[in-house]
Design a protein around this ligand. Structure first.
Ligand SMILES: CC(=O)SCCNC(=O)CCNC(=O)[C@H](O)C(C)(C)COP(=O)(O)OP(=O)(O)OC[C@H]1O[C@@H](n2cnc3c(N)ncnc32)[C@H](O)[C@@H]1OP(=O)(O)O
Ligand SMILES: O=CC(=O)O
Ligand SMILES: [Mg+2]
Length: 522
């Protein structure tokens, strides 16, 4: 264990400092994140309180709509700042957690971009978060390497462009306090990464690029814009050095896409249609309504009207503002030792990427290096230019509030209930052991997909839905299915099973499952 020579006044770290940690937790870097905390944390907490107030109004029956007070922004003729050259062609973006091997493999994968994820693909153990910063520091400098399992990992000559996703506004970094207050995970991740890498990247002729998760309003985008501005000023970098792509992955943000781009216009790199959190958010925001119940997760595809409408609206909005609209993540990953299932997974991804490219998306996400070639082939074929910003696709689209809000039809099945239970428990068990992205039943699962599993169970139980076989989902029936699925997994899953059952059944619905789960993480 090492210690930090000098911790800035007011900042404390209550976690072990392993070998090397002091290289990123320097007194100067910690002073910078403490400054971010002092300038922005009270406002962050106000924004979280505003989310609660909005939820109370939704619980009382209000429905979201496009905001009257920002109609002038939607009607106005403005664009985001011109895109830097290295963000103009983003046809395939791979994502993954911030561990050393994954970073090297993702940068070498052949994808144009790599989103290194401190958020839903990472379990936020102290080690994962600090070592992620060390790994990214080495990745930015081109020196990252690893010897593991008899293999040598080094960067290729040509690597993907790096984008970094800090934790969402709701997540704390519980091992760091400033003036006695727990730090925000967003500011910790953003601040350390920007402090250590912004100038290095500038000296290599590039900017510092982020993905921003789970925003619920343009006021939250304004907060991030102010954070970016302060970081550029404090670190002495030109305005616009930082560029951020915002995930439109909450039902509320879908009504404020123009406003979000506007707030961030000096720092914006476009929007991304984050489908998994979007589904979760829809369930969560309308938790009290029995007219917004979703069918089995497998039936809520991007082809159902509410999902198609939202992704097309993202394309229309972005292109009007000179911004890229990146598509989302198909959860299918290559299947080992089963050629037929593997072929089906590739077909699913192909269909998803063809739909996105045809609709006008400017790029897409893949979860696994094995899917990079396929997604590249689809976008090369259907997107001959670097992007589709000037293609005119979706220019005549007219999406109403009702088009975004009307749930799809479909069924709720015992199989759907069982899958949600089993996948949710398996995912949480992995998360509690420090893994935030896991393959389960040949699908990529991360915190967002696990949130769908538990929020669906909650919604179905709360509203006593009828299954397709005619039975009502009661406490008793859910309890029986829970015990059965847990029994199949075995005693090693007891802790995750208890936690998952709690977040899937407790009322009122827990805001994010990662909040109580973080309490159980080292
Ligand atoms: C809803 C959202 O927010 S989506 C975005 C967040 N989610 C993610 O980023 C998930 C990204 N994907 C992953 O983490 C992984 O693909 C998983 C966990 C789903 C599966 O990983 P594994 O079980 O390791 O897959 P598999 O065994 O097939 O991997 C084969 C190789 O590819 C590598 N690999 C797999 N996925 C990735 C990835 N996303 N990035 C880099 N390398 C990867 C593995 O490290 C392994 O490398 P190795 O041969 O050198 O050991
Ligand atoms: O972050 C992406 C999503 O789909 O959620
Ligand atoms: Mg998400």
């Amino acid at each position: 264990m090492t210690t930090i020579p000098q911790t800035p006044a007011g900042l404390s770290i209550t976690a072990p400092l392993q070998e090397g940690y002091a290289e990123v937790l320097t007194p100067e870097a910690l002073s910078f994140v403490a400054e971010l905390h002092r300038r922005f944390d009270a406002r962050r907490r106000e924004l979280l309180a505003a989310r609660e107030a909005r939820q109370a109004r939704l619980d009382a029956g209000e429905l979201p709509d496009f905001l009257p007070e920002t109609a002038h922004i939607r009607a106005g003729d403005w664009k985001i700042a011109p895109l830097p050259r290295d963000l103009q062609d983003r046809r395939v973006e791979i994502t993954g957690p911030v561990d050393r091997k994954m970073i090297i493999n993702a940068l070498n994968s052949g994808a144009r971009m790599f989103m290194a994820d401190f958020e839903d693909a990472s379990s936020p153990t102290w080690e994962n978060m600090v070592e992620g910063q060390l790994n990214l520091r080495d990745a930015v400098r081109g020196t990252i390497s690893l010897e593991q399992g008899g293999k040598s990992y080094r960067l290729n000559d040509k690597v993907a462009m790096l984008l970094v996703r800090p934790r969402g506004l709701h997540l704390p970094e519980k091992h760091v306090t400033v003036d006695g207050e727990t730090m925000s995970g967003s500011l910790f991740d953003f601040g350390l990464y920007a402090f250590h890498n912004l100038h290095e990247r500038l000296s290599r002729g590039t900017g510092t690029y982020f993905y921003i998760p789970k925003l619920e309003s343009h006021l939250e985008a304004r907060w991030w814009n102010d954070v970016f501005t302060l970081a550029e000023d404090t670190l002495g970098a030109p305005r616009g050095t930082i560029r951020a792509t915002v995930l439109i992955e909450t039902i509320l943000a879908a009504f404020e896409m123009d406003e979000i781009l506007y707030e961030l216009r000096e720092h914006s790199a476009g929007l991304n249609a984050g489908r998994w959190d979007y589904i979760f958010s829809y369930i969560k925001k309308f938790r009290n309504r029995d007219d917004r119940i979703l069918p089995d997760r497998a039936q809520v595809t991007m082809a159902v009207p509410m999902m198609a409408n939202y992704s097309k609206l993202a394309i229309q909005t972005c292109h009007r503002r000179g911004a890229p609209a990146i598509g989302g993540m198909s959860a299918f990953i290559p299947v080992k030792n089963d050629p037929a299932a593997n072929e089906r997974a590739f077909e699913q991804v192909r269909a998803d990427k063809e739909r996105e490219a045809t609709n006008g998306h400017d790029g897409t996400w893949v979860a696994h290096p094995g899917m990079v070639g396929l997604a590249t082939e689809v976008f090369d074929r259907l997107m001959p230019g670097p992007n589709q910003i000037d293609s005119g696709k979706q220019a005549d689209l007219n999406v109403t509030a009702s088009d975004l809000l009307t749930p799809p039809g479909g069924t709720i099945t015992e199989g759907g209930v069982r899958t949600n239970i089993s996948v949710g428990i398996q995912y949480l068990a992995a998360w509690l052991q420090g893994r935030g992205a896991v393959p389960i039943h040949n699908l990529m699962e991360d915190a967002a997909t696990a949130e769908i599993s538990r929020a669906q169970l909650w919604q179905w139980l709360h509203h006593g839905v009828r299954l397709d076989d005619g039975r009502t989902l009661t406490q008793d029936l859910l309890g029986t299915l829970f015990e059965d699925e847990l029994g199949k997994l075995g005693p090693n899953f007891a802790q995750a099973g208890r936690l998952f059952k709690d977040v899937a059944t407790r009322s009122p619905l827990v805001e994010f499952l990662t909040l109580p789960a973080y309490g159980q993480l080292a």
